[in-house]
Write a protein that binds this ligand. Structure first.
Ligand SMILES: [Zn+2]
Length: 79
């Protein structure tokens, strides 16, 4: 007598979420700034980018108003 063992499907590897990265084309959205962005705040209407300086300045307010805040200031080199 033989039993048909169920086939074990291979479990796909867990997808790792790519970390949000900023490059030189990402610029601070604060008027008149234009420095390279190292942070972002997501709102229902879109995303705003911030340089390290402006992210630090507005962080408290952004954490209240945005549904997600990315702080990538660790990536700032030569600050
Ligand atoms: Zn700025």
């Amino acid at each position: 007598m033989t039993t048909n063992a169920p086939t074990i499907e291979s479990i796909p590897a867990t997808e790792t979420k790519p970390a949000r990265t900023f490059n030189t084309s990402d610029r601070c959205d604060v008027g008149g700034c234009g420095a390279q962005a190292y942070g972002a705040a997501s709102f229902t209407g879109g995303e705003l980018l911030f340089c390290g300086h402006h992210l630090g300045r507005h962080l408290n307010e952004l954490e209240k108003q945005a549904y997600a805040v990315i702080d990538n200031r660790d990536a700032i080199v030569g600050k």
